[in-house]
Every structure is written in C-alpha cells, then in structure tokens.
Ligand binder design. Structure first.
Ligand SMILES: Nc1nc2c(ncn2[C@@H]2O[C@H](COP(=O)(O)OP(=O)(O)OP(=O)(O)O)[C@@H](O)[C@H]2O)c(=O)[nH]1
Ligand SMILES: [Mg+2]
Length: 221
C-alpha cells in the first residue's frame, strides 16, 4: 500500500429480484468471468480491495439470494451495511417494481430518510427483450437522489463503474461535503418532522420580532 493510503472496510449488500444478475455482476467484478447457466444463490460474501481516489477500500460484498414477494428482506440486510446495490433487469418490469419495494423496506428498517444506493439496470445487452427504457431507470434514480447506471455482467459493461459509484455514495454519506450537507438540510426542511418544528420556530421568531418592534416604538416615543 502506498504511504498516505487508508484501508477502509465497507460492507455492501446486493439486492434485487431472482435472476436479475446479482451474482453475475459480482462474479464479473471479483473474478472477471461470466457464467451463462443460472444457479440460484445462497447468500455468500465476497471480498475485494477497491482503489478509489487515492484510497484503498476493503469491500465486503454480500450476494443475497434473490428477493421474492413474501421473503423480501431480513433485518440482517440493514444492520452493519454501509451501502446497497439495488439491481433490476432491463428485461423485467417486475424486477423494477421489486427494487422500489426493497428500498422502502430498507428505509423502514433503518429509520433513515436516505441510504447510499446505486441503482443498476443489468442485462443492457439484451436490446430486443427490453421492457424498461434508459430514462425510466434514470428518472427513478433522480427521484431517489441516488447513483444509477445500466450494466451488462455478460459483456463486462459498467461493472467497475457500479462499485466506484457505490464507494462514492458511501463516502458522501460518511463525509458529506457542503453540497451534500445542504441537500440533506433541504431534505429535513421538506420532511414532516420539520414542518411541526418549523411552525413552532416561526411562531417564536414572529413573537421576538413583534416584541422588538414594540420596544423600539416605546423608545422612540
Ligand atoms: N444476457 C445477459 N444475461 C445475464 C446478465 N447477467 C446475468 N445474466 C444471466 O441471467 C441469469 C441469472 O443470473 P444470476 O447472476 O444467477 O442472477 P441472480 O440475480 O444472482 O439470481 P438469484 O441468485 O437467484 O437471485 C444467468 O443465466 C446469467 O447468465 C447480463 O448482463 N446479460
Ligand atoms: Mg445469485
């Protein structure tokens, strides 16, 4: 390791419907290979050191067994996880609906407004079987304010990009820069909790202003 580099440990969970290519994109990233045949996964953890912006990140990547309607998530998929790669297949509208359900579950379990997410539209090589456009993925990610890319585990397209985006999202979450801080502050402003606080704060502020005006008025007289 070069002097000045810091080895950080980060745990990433890869979630999404069955057969969207979660294992394939991890296998391509960690082992540089692609397997055509489908073998449903049992949960497995992979490790890989990722170099990013002068740092070395030791990534622990959890390949989950695909989520189905009744078995969506367990609490272990939220505790101790720094970031989420939510995978859908561009050939399956159903898998796109599933990432929305999974994200809601994560937010509910974690009690947070947002978590570091990279949304991935896999199987972009299957042009003729597309059920989802490029824009649909992009729009969902901008709605969620998360990172997004389409990818192909088969052709090794954008696979490294997924993990670099993930590290970036996790770093933003842990060390937010001023742009991120102001975005988070705006999110708090928009949240329901704040609207009550806001009412109380504006009431207090208005009272102070009225009091000051009355005081000045009395002094002028
Ligand atoms: N054409 C194409 N096929 C892919 C791609 N990624 C995965 N596949 C194929 O899709 C099938 C499912 O891939 P997996 O990686 O096993 O999917 P998974 O999401 O891990 O599935 P579960 O473990 O059951 O949740 C396999 O037959 C893969 O070869 C891709 O980018 N393009
Ligand atoms: Mg799998």
């Amino acid at each position: 390791m070069m002097a000045g580099n810091v080895l950080k440990a980060r745990t990433i969970a890869v979630l999404g419907s069955r057969e969207v290519g979660k294992s394939s994109l991890i296998t391509q990233f960690v082992g540089n290979r692609f397997v055509e045949s489908y073998q449903p996964s049992v949960e497995t953890t992979f490790r890989k050191v990722i170099r990013y912006k002068g740092h070395e990140v030791e990534a622990e990547i959890i390949d989950t067994a695909g989520q189905v309607e009744h078995s969506i998530l367990s609490f272990t998929h939220v505790v101790g996880i720094h970031g989420y790669i939510l995978v859908y297949s561009v050939t399956s509208k159903q898998s796109f609906e599933m990432v929305k359900i999974i994200r809601n579950k994560i937010l509910n379990y974690s009690g947070r407004e947002s978590v570091p997410i990279v949304l991935v539209g896999n199987k972009m090589d299957l042009h003729h079987q597309r059920q989802l456009t490029f824009e649909e993925g992009k729009n969902l990610a901008s709605h969620w304010q998360c990172a997004w890319t389409e990818a192909s585990a088969k052709n090794n397209d954008n696979i490294i990009r997924i993990f670099k985006l993930m590290i970036n999202e996790m770093e933003k979450d842990i060390n937010p820069n001023s742009k991120e801080l102001s975005r988070k502050f705006l999110n708090i402003l928009r949240s329901k909790t704040f609207s009550k606080l806001e009412t109380i704060a504006s009431y207090i502020l208005t009272s102070i202003v009225i009091y000051c005006l009355k005081y000045l008025e009395s002094r002028i007289r």
